[in-house]
Design a protein around this ligand. Structure first.
Ligand SMILES: [Zn+2]
Length: 472
C-alpha cells in the first residue's frame, strides 16, 4: 500500500520547504516536488498545511499503580489520545514497586502494552530498589531493547531510591551506556514538610506546593548532577518545574556534567494558583513537582527556546475526580498527576509558536527530534527523511477550537486545560505509513503499535577526560 502526502509545508527541526512525501509500506521512500505516484496510491492533499515528523512524548504513565489506586488510561485509550494529538510514539515509565522484582515488573508492563497500543512505544525502566538481583535483571532488560532507566529521588518508602541505590544504578548505567532519567526532589524533606503542615491543620490542595518548595527540587537536581559527575553516567532530569532547579541543572552542564533537561506541558501553561482553587478544582492540579509561582513561566519558555531545556513531555498521568477526592481531608493522599498526551502539541504550538515565544523548528526539535536522539529512536523516528518510519503529522494551522474533557479520547472525566483555546490541530496522522487519524478523528487500527527496541548509545567515557575536552 502506497501513500502520497501532497503539497504540504514540510517542517523539521532544521528546515522548512514545500514538497510531497511518498510512502511505501511503512517507510518514506521519496521526498520532492510534484512527485507522481502509481495507480492505487492514496493521496492526502496537504495544501495549506504543515507536515511534521510524528511527535514523541518522552514521559508518560499509562499502567500505573500509585497511591493506593491506578491511573485511568489503558494502552488503547492513551494511544488513541496520543494520535489525535499528533504523538506517534510515547515512552512509558515502567514503575514496579520497591518489593517487586525489576524483571517481573518489566514483563507486566510489556504485557499490558503488547497488542493494545495504536501508536509505537518504548519504556524507561524505573529502578525502585537496588538489591542483589537487580543488576542481572537490569542487564537483561537493556538487552531486550529498553536502554534507559528512571530513578525517583522523591516518594519516600514507595518509589524513592536512597543515595547508595542511586550510586549503584548510575554506575551500572555508565557501564552499559544507558541514559538515566530522574525525578529530582528530596524525598525526606518532602516527607518532613508534609507532616509539619498536616500537624498545623493545613490539609487542602493549596498546601501541596509549600510541602515541596522550589529549593527541594533544586537540591534534588543538584544532588543528581553530583552523582552523575562522580559516576560518569549520562542523566536526564524529568519534569523540571522552576528557575532554581533549572539553574542547578544548567550550572552542572556548564561544568561538564552530562545532564539533559525535560520540562512538561503543565509547567509552561499553569501556575500554582490552579492548585489553590477550592476543593476538587485544586485537587485536579496536584502533581509533582507541583505547579509553581507564575514568575517561573517566562524562565522556562526562554530556556526552552534557547535549547537549555531539551525536551517537552507531558508526564501524562490521569486520575479522575473520584480518585482525586481520596485526598479530600489530606493533600498528601491526592493522587499526583494530570493528563496531557492529547493536548501537548496543540498547546505548545498555540502558546509557543503562535505567540512568538517558540521557533517552529525548536518546537519540532523539543517535541520530536531531540527525544528521538536522546533515547535512541533517531533517525528511524524524529525526522522526515528517506528511510525513516513514515510517522507523519499533517497539521492544520487554521483550525480553531477549545480544550475540553467533553469528547477527549483519554479516559478521564476532567482536563486540566479546560477552556484553553487552540490555534491548530493535526488533521491526518500516520504510524509507519498507515493513516490512523483522518480529519482529526481516530480511524486507525487499535493494536498497530509496536515496541521500539533501542540500543545503548552513551559510551562509558572517563568523566575527567570529558571535562577536559569541554574546557579545551
Ligand atoms: Zn512521571
Amino acid at each position: 500500500m502506497a501513500l502520497l502526502i501532497k503539497g504540504g509545508e514540510i517542517v523539521t527541526a532544521e528546515s522548512r520547504s514545500r514538497g510531497d512525501i511518498f510512502i511505501e509500506d511503512e517507510t518514506i521512500t521519496r521526498i520532492g516536488l510534484d512527485l507522481t505516484a502509481p495507480p492505487g496510491t492514496e493521496v492526502i492533499d496537504a495544501t495549506g498545511k504543515l507536515v511534521f515528523p510524528g511527535f514523541i512524548d518522552p514521559h508518560v504513565h499509562i499502567h500505573l499503580p500509585f497511591m493506593a489506586t491506578f491511573a485511568k488510561d489503558t494502552h488503547a485509550t492513551a494511544s488513541k489520545a496520543a494520535l489525535i494529538g499528533g504523538t506517534t510514539t510515547f515512552i512509558e515509565m515502567c514503575c514496579p514497586s520497591r518489593n517487586e522484582d525489576a524483571l517481573d515488573g518489566y514483563n507486566t508492563w510489556k504485557h499490558k502494552a503488547e497488542g493494545n497500543s495504536a501508536c509505537d512505544y518504548a519504556f524507561h525502566m524505573a529502578v525502585t530498589c537496588f538489591d542483589s538481583k537487580t543488576e542481572a535483571h537490569l542487564r537483561e532488560i537493556v538487552r531486550d531493547g529498553t536502554a534507559s532507566f528512571k530513578v525517583f529521588l522523591a516518594y519516600k518508602n514507595f518509589f524513592a531510591v536512597n543515595d547508595e541505590e542511586l550510586f549503584h544504578t548510575l554506575r551500572l548505567a555508565a557501564e552499559l551506556g544507558v541514559i538515566t532519567t530522574a525525578h529530582c526532589e528530596n524525598a525526606e524533606l518532602v516527607s518532613q514538610l508534609q507532616q509539619l503542615l498536616l500537624a498545623e491543620g493545613k490539609t487542602g490542595p493549596e498546601w501541596h506546593e509549600p510541602s515541596r518548595p522550589e529549593a527541594v527540587e533544586a537540591e534534588g537536581t543538584s544532588r543528581f548532577a553530583t552523582f552523575l559527575e562522580q559516576t560518569g553516567a549520562t542523566g536526564y532530569v524529568v519534569h523540571l518545574s522552576c528557575a532554581p532547579a533549572l539553574r542547578a541543572a544548567v550550572e552542572a552542564r556548564l561544568r561538564g556534567v552530562k545532564i539533559h533537561i525535560e520540562s512538561v506541558l503543565p509547567h509552561f501553561l499553569l501556575d500554582k494558583s490552579y492548585a489553590e482553587r477550592l476543593g476538587v478544582e485544586g485537587m485536579k492540579h496536584v502533581m509533582s513537582p507541583p505547579l509553581r509561582d507564575k514568575r517561573n513561566l517566562p524562565a522556562l519558555w526562554s530556556a526552552l527556546q534557547a535549547g537549555l531545556i531539551d525536551t517537552v513531555g507531558t508526564d501524562h498521568c490521569p486520575f479522575d475526580i473520584e480518585q482525586k477526592l481520596l485526598g479530600t481531608n489530606n493533600f498528601t493522599q491526592i493522587p499526583n498527576g494530570i493528563p496531557g498526551i492529547e493536548d501537548r502539541v496543540n498547546l505548545m504550538y498555540t502558546f509557543g509558536v503562535k505567540r512568538g515565544v517558540l521557533d517552529i523548528h525548536r518546537l519540532v526539535d523539543a517535541l520530536s527530534t531531540r527525544p528521538a536522539k536522546l533515547f535512541g529512536l533517531f533517525p528511524r523516528k524524529g525526522t522526515i527523511a528517506v528511510g525513516a518510519d513514515a510517522d507523519l503529522v499533517v497539521y492544520d494551522p487554521t483550525y480553531r477550537g477549545t480544550i475540553s474533557a467533553a469528547g477527549q479520547a483519554s479516559n478521564n472525566d476532567y482536563n486540566g486545560f479546560e477552556g484553553f483555546a487552540i490555534e491548530g490541530r493535526p488533521s491526518h496522522v500516520t504510524v509507519r505509513g498507515k493513516v490512523q487519524v483522518r480529519d482529526g478523528v481516530f480511524v486507525g487500527e487499535p493494536g498497530r503499535g509496536r515496541m521500539i527496541r533501542r540500543q545503548p548509545q552513551y559510551s562509558a567515557q572517563n568523566v575527567t577526560e570529558e571535562v577536559a575536552t569541554h574546557a579545551g
